[in-house]
Each structure stands twice: as structure tokens, then as C-alpha cells.
Design a protein around this ligand. Sequence first.
Ligand SMILES: Cc1cc2nc3c(=O)[nH]c(=O)nc-3n(C[C@H](O)[C@H](O)[C@H](O)COP(=O)(O)OP(=O)(O)OC[C@H]3O[C@@H](n4cnc5c(N)ncnc54)[C@H](O)[C@@H]3O)c2cc1C
Length: 488
Amino acid sequence: MVTRRRFLGTVGASALIVGFDPTARAWATSAGSRSVQRIPHLDGVLLTDLPTRQADGRDLGRIVQHLPRAVLRPGSVRDIQKMITFCREHRIPVATRGQGHSTHGQGLTDGLIIENRSLSTIHSIGTDSITVGSGALWREAAHAAAPRGLTPPLFTTYVGLSVGGTLSVGGVPAQNEFGVQIDHVRELEVVTGDGRLHRCSMDRERDLFEVMLGGLGQCGVITRATIDLLPARALARNYMIRYPITETAKVWTDLHILLERKEFDGVYILMSVPDGKNVTYQLNAVVFHNADRTPDDQRLLRGLSAPVSSAEIENSTYLEWVKRYDPVIDAWQRQCAWDDLIKPWFDVMLPGESAQEYVAEVMPTLTARDYGPPTGIGFLFPQRRSKLTRPFFRVPPGNSEWVYLFDILTSSPAPGPDPAFAAEMLERNRRLYDKAKALGGTRYPIGSLDFTRADWRAQYGELWPDLLRRKAKYDPDRILTPGPGIFG
Ligand SMILES: Cc1cc2nc3c(=O)[nH]c(=O)nc-3n(C[C@H](O)[C@H](O)[C@H](O)COP(=O)(O)OP(=O)(O)OC[C@H]3O[C@@H](n4cnc5c(N)ncnc54)[C@H](O)[C@@H]3O)c2cc1C
């Protein structure tokens, strides 16, 4: 890691930052003026060059841009403490960047960006837990645990996301019986908005622990996380059955037959456009196994509306299954400049009572403009309500045991700015959100939606006063993570 002194000695004059001038509200390149406040000594680097700031001034959505004043590549957790304390003193907003794979500016700011990729150390692996730096990717955690025959219990579809990034939103997996990723966190190390360092868990500083899990980075920066590990099985067999878009009732019935039997390790629906024209439901059901126990296809798929012979079967190692969307994303990046497409993603949690009706109504209204060039269009992930234990991961009220994450992964027809497309899709997302909300739905805040303070208040419901209290306690000057616009 380049130290601040070495860094200052090797970069061009435009980046020679020595302090911040609160009068001019700008970084200063000389300490000449009396008002200039010197930046603290850092183990890492503080960057102010334009290319770095521009890269961190946008996210994967390519809709919102905020040019940060500076970017911190921390060399230590102490750097984060020092810079948060400094920024608090000068009322400079701060946001942490994992992989920047949010789609609507959730992790952007015109103040200081903390790139936490440099905090990616695998600190320790025990018999039933792993401790990692928050900048580690889930793929890296999987690889670190695998040689011991262990695995984190749950993964998001794509594993090139940071641990800190998904723990800040929830981390909804394709598996159904074990809650979401934040339900498997044992302990966190956090720097709060007053610069203090905490270790928190359910037994220690629970107030902070809870508000960091799915808490959208509002009260602190996660620097380290201890996560459950389970014994891993070596292989995976994935069954895929396709249904036309007119057959929501059939796919729903089959989905629930498989869910209620609990014989699979994960059951979910992928909505895709395999022929480029017709949207199709693809029921995916995966079973993990070892070489000595080959799954019995006939038994596992018994009693469905679709014949067993209609199932396409994919065999892989367990790790290949965990990383199954890596080659898909790689191909999209090569084939259609996917990173630079505009991605007004829509993501909502639906209550069991009305999810089927909602999906059946919404899906036929989508056109080619709603899904864009890659053939994947969205997911439906069923989750057991009773397994979702973290209060700030907001789920719809209701009596049904099932809640569903419903995503539409829209992308623009071509790379590059297209404000009309973005506006049209944001309007669509608002319409779909209002429809879901009327049924009790809540926002899963990874996607693109214009959300007012009143919307956030409704999202948090009875927890709103509690959220305000925790914000005041841990981030008293409200400098952290302004992107979602929760506090105005
Ligand atoms: C291809 C793809 C597939 C996906 N699949 C799924 C899926 O299956 N299930 C699912 O639930 N989600 C999924 N997501 C969404 C993803 O989980 C979220 O967007 C996640 O936040 C992205 O992680 P990131 O590292 O890019 O975080 P970023 O976008 O960098 O950050 C997300 C938010 O968390 C804050 N933050 C980041 N790190 C920290 C930290 N260390 N401490 C405090 N706050 C922090 C940021 O400021 C920002 O507000 C997917 C996204 C993509 C692009």
C-alpha cells in the first residue's frame, strides 16, 4: 500500500492535497492560508485526481452521478476513523463504496468516497465461521472456505459483490429456508459517523449491530464481518423447467410443491426471454449432494404439472453453482457493453397473500423495452418470513409464511446516456412500486426508484422513530451515506 507521503511524492501537482479549507469548502494544495485544516496522516491514500473521482462518481445503474471531492483508499481501519472524524468536523458527507453495483446512486456522494476494496483480507477461518474484511467479495469468501469443506450458507446470484455492500442491503439468495445473508452474521466491526470503532453482535451493542444489517450504511462503515460457515457438499444438480408467460398459476403451483416438500436446497423463478421475443418463466430447483448420493430425478420432480422429461438438468460442482452467473455477466460485458447500459432495476418484496396476482398482472405488461438486450429479465426469490430476523430488512406485513423478492433487471437498448429512457423507466418503477405498496409490498432498496422522505417513513413504518434515534446516536451530524435520501 502506498503511504500518504510516498503518494504525495509520486503524483502530479494537481493532487498534492495537504488539507481542507473550510472557508472555500475545497481541498487545499498548500497550508499557506490560516484557515486550512491539515488532513491527518494516513496509512493509505487520499486521491483527488479527476479519473478516480469520475470512476467513483457513478454506479452500475449509470443514472445518477455525483463527483466526489476526494476518494480514500484506506490502508487501515484507522484511516477510516481519521477521515470520518475529519469529515464530520468539516461537514463533508461520506459514503462507502463496495463494488458500486447499486443502480440509483445509493453509494454516491459529492463529499468523500471510502473505497473499501482494500479491506479485503480473509482474517480467519474457523470450524463454523469466517471473518473477512468488508471489501472482500463473496466469491473470495467461498474460495477461502472451500478447502476446509465449508461454505457461507447463502450467496446472492452474482458473487462479485462485496461483503459490506450486500450486508448493508440484506443479501437475498436463491435458497429459501435460511433467511438472507444478514441472518448469518455473528459479529461486525464498524466505524460509526463519529469516528469511533465498535465491535458489535447480538450480545454486544445490539442497537448498532441491528441497524448495520440491511441498514443502508446510515449509521456506520462495516470494516469486518464474521459470518457463519456450514459443511459444504461437493456437487450441485440444477433442474430447469420452462413455462409460458400465460401459465403463472401452473408455475406458482409447481414452485410451492417444491418449496413445501423441502427436498431442494434452493427453488426460484428466473424470468427470461430465451428466443428474444417471448418472456418465459423458468423454474429453477437445485439440490446439493456428494458423489455417493446421486439425486433421484423422478422422485424429486414428482407430481408437478410439467413432466419430468421437460426438465433440463445441469450438473456442476458446488462452487461452479455458486459462481453460475459469473460467466453470464462476463458474456454480457463482452457482447453488449453491459457495464455502460443504463439499469433502472425494479426490486420489491411482495407479501405471500398477493404476490401471485401481482406477478401475473405485471409480467404480461412488460415489453422488449423493459428488458433490454441481455436475455435475462428478472427473478422471483421466495423466502420464509419466519427466518428473516433482522428488523431493518423490511418485509411486507401479513400472515403468509412466504414473502417474495421480485426483480425486473431492465437495461437500456444501447450504452451511453439516455435521459429519456431513464425517466420513462423511473416512472414505470414508481407505478409498479405504488401497485406493490397498495398490496403491502416494501422496497428492496438496491434498484432505481425516486423515493421521498415520506416514502422512507412508510418503508420503515413503526421502526421510523427508532431509526431516527439510532441515526442520532451513531451519526449525529448525518454525514454518512446520503445517497438513498432517507433523512432529506
Ligand atoms: C449482477 C447483480 C446481481 C445481483 N444479485 C443479487 C441477489 O441475488 N440478491 C440480492 O440481494 N442482491 C443482488 N444484487 C444487488 C446487490 O446485492 C446490491 O446492489 C449490493 O449492495 C451491491 O454490492 P456492492 O458491493 O456493489 O455495494 P455498493 O453498491 O458499493 O454499496 C451498496 C450500499 O451499501 C453501502 N455500503 C457499501 N459497503 C459498505 C460498508 N462496508 N459499510 C457500510 N455501508 C456500505 C454503500 O454506500 C451503498 O449505499 C445484485 C446486483 C448485481 C449487479
